[in-house]
Design a protein around this ligand. Structure first.
Ligand code: PEP
Ligand code: MG
Length: 574
């Protein structure tokens, strides 16, 4: 066999050598089992619940604009198949009258339909047939808990191969200690990618032809450093990668020595290096890496993959536990930022043609005031040590900050009336991720206690390039002159108003940009716990004043390429 290399987009660096585990459709075997009359009602309930679950799942995909319009139209057709009264009626009939199990009844219905279409010998109907087969697979694999089977085949030698992956599934597969992850779709700054990166899991996305080129069980190499996957590696290639893997492990060991080293630059400036978390379980990693608190808790993950919204009490307990564990270090809790690739079915977000410019971030909270107030109350109550701060996503101007401040005051009064003791004050901050927020950052700085730049979205909105669309990823340029200018403007306005500014987007942990950010005047960075030590290594090797000088030069350059080249030469500055 000849060594084959396929290019992809690297999400996190590092090398993984393992065996391909393809997670795709698998054959479902249905037992033609009858049920007792006494369990008919239970079976009907299970049927309605499973249909509802799959419809919700489909809704999430339909609203996810990382899928093409064509794909979403197909999924809308699938949803209609499940909502078809003829389907519901027939399956109910089979369960109640023939005493078929739910799986048997569903598969019988679909077989009947497929047989009818099959007999028609018409291209339109044969396409419809695939749709029916797809829907049957989706519903049955849910009813039969097939996703659990999928997880069962993964182990610590696996490299997972999928068409696409959701953020929650990344977390699930990580628990299986897999070595790497490759997907045909996806982009560098989607939430699945951010999570994989935070777990230091070598991952490539946007690999076209991935599923056609790999067979189950084959030995493969994921090269996250060069953005390629290697199939049929020869013994020489394998030996080469084993040696790279060893060197990387040694590098990681070396970085471990920085755990107790302070994040102080060569010219003695202390940088606050904090962590971004998505799930409460990540707190152990935050502590293990000796992070100076949490700079971004993406709380929307508490609202996803759940059938019911978390209550005030549930949220309060989670926030309080994290705040107490990390006190006196700060814990910045960002209110829900659902939208884009993080759509939550339970918030009833309707399909939008242009979701990244639609109901996202603070807009969702301001349109769902009771849910928002519940979260604000939980955060206020959790601030027992005075180290909790609140941050708002997708702020586009001062009016939204004034609105949220009013709501915070109302929530405080509400809690006081209930005689719930509150810490005297809570700091509030705005995320700077929309161009209008950069332009009005002077006014925002006057209303906030801190600002935090979300570069993932800021680059997306400044350059009008969808962060989740792999086909235009070459337009997503973090060192575009406009990005540098936007960061500088925000930093200058924050400092002129006596407040600090952090960067919590992925640029903060990208080793090619850390020193640049410090040179731009940023004094706080928040990164995935797994990137803390790598980022610290950049900080302690940075002379901020020299980089500030280089930044002055960079600000004069006209193109991203020139900036990128100069940045690389910048290493000579040390
Ligand atoms: C960002 O946009 O940079 C950010 C940190 O927020 P998120 O990635 O959750 O949108
Ligand atoms: Mg954002």
């Amino acid at each position: 066999m000849i060594v084959k290399r396929i290019k992809g987009i690297s999400v996190s660096d590092g090398v993984a050598i393992g065996y391909a585990r393809i997670v795709e459709k698998e054959h479902i075997h249905i037992e033609t089992k009858k049920i007792a009359k006494t369990v008919v009602n239970k079976e009907l309930k299970r049927f309605h619940k499973d249909v509802e679950y799959v419809i919700n799942e489909l809704n999430t995909f339909i609203q996810d604009d990382s899928f093409s319009k064509e794909n979403r139209d197909i999924l809308t057709t699938h949803k209609m198949i499940l909502q078809d009264p003829a389907f519901i009626k027939r399956v109910k009939e089979l369960i109640t009258q023939k005493l078929f199990s739910l799986e048997h009844a569903v598969s019988t219905y679909f077989t009947e339909v497929v047989n009818i279409f099959d007999a028609m010998e018409n291209e339109y109907y044969s396409q419809r047939l695939t749709d029916f087969e797809d829907v049957a697979y989706r519903l049955l694999s849910h009813s039969m808990n097939k996703s659990k089977d999928v997880l069962a085949k993964l182990d610590d030698k696996s490299i997972l191969i999928m068409k696409n992956i959701t953020p929650s599934f990344v977390t699930k597969v990580f628990e299986k200690n897999i070595r790497g992850l490759c997907t045909e779709k996806g982009s560098k700054n989607s939430h699945s990618s951010i999570i994989a990166r935070s777990m230091n899991l070598p991952m490539l996305v946007g690999i076209s032809g991935l599923l056609e080129n790999i067979n189950e069980g084959e030995q493969i190499i994921v090269d996250g450093n060069n953005g390629e996957i290697i199939i049929f590696p020869s013994s020489n290639v394998l030996a080469e990668y084993k040696s790279i893997y060893l060197q990387e492990s040694q590098k990681r060991k070396k970085l471990q020595k920085l755990i107790n080293v302070k994040a102080i630059t060569l010219d003695n400036k202390e940088i606050t290096l904090m962590s971004n978390i998505e799930l409460p379980e990540e707190i152990d990693q935050v502590i293990k890496n000796n992070s100076r608190g949490i700079g971004l808790f993406r709380t929307e993950f508490l609202f996803m993959d759940t059938e019911k919204l978390p209550t005030e009490e549930e949220q309060y307990k989670i926030y309080k536990k994290i705040a107490e564990k990390l006190a006196p270090e700060p814990v910045i809790i960002r209110t829900i930022d659902v939208g884009g690739d993080k759509l939550s079915s339970i918030l009833n977000i309707v399909h939008e043609e242009n979701p990244n410019l639609g109901f996202r971030g603070i807009r969702i909270s301001l349109a769902n005031i009771p849910i928002f107030r519940r979260q604000i109350r939980a955060i206020l109550r959790a601030n027992t040590q005075g180290n909790v701060k609140i941050m708002f996503p997708m702020i586009s101007g001062v009016e939204e900050i004034l609105q949220v401040k009013k709501i915070i005051e109302e929530c405080k009064n509400e809690l006081k009336k209930k005689k719930i003791a509150l810490y005297k004050d809570i700091e509030i901050g705005a995320m700077i991720e929309v161009p209008s927020a950069v332009i009005t950052s002077d006014a925002l700085a006057k209303e906030c206690d801190f600002l935090s730049i979300g570069t993932n979205d800021l680059v997306q909105y400044l350059l009008a390039v969808d962060r989740d669309n792999e086909s235009i990823s070459s337009y997503y340029k973090s060192c575009h002159p406009s990005v540098l200018k936007a960061i500088k403007q925000t930093v200058d306005n924050a400092h002129a108003n006596g407040i600090k500014v952090a960067v919590c987007g992925e640029m903060a942990s990208d080793t090619q940009y850390v020193k640049l950010l410090l040179g731009l005047g940023v004094e706080e960075l928040s990164v995935s716990p797994g990137r803390i030590l790598m980022t610290k290594n950049e900080i302690i090797n940075c002379h901020v004043q020299k980089w500030a000088k280089l930044v002055e030069e960079l600000m004069e350059l006209k193109t991203s390429d020139e900036i990128y080249e100069r940045l690389n030469d910048g290493k000579n500055y040390e």
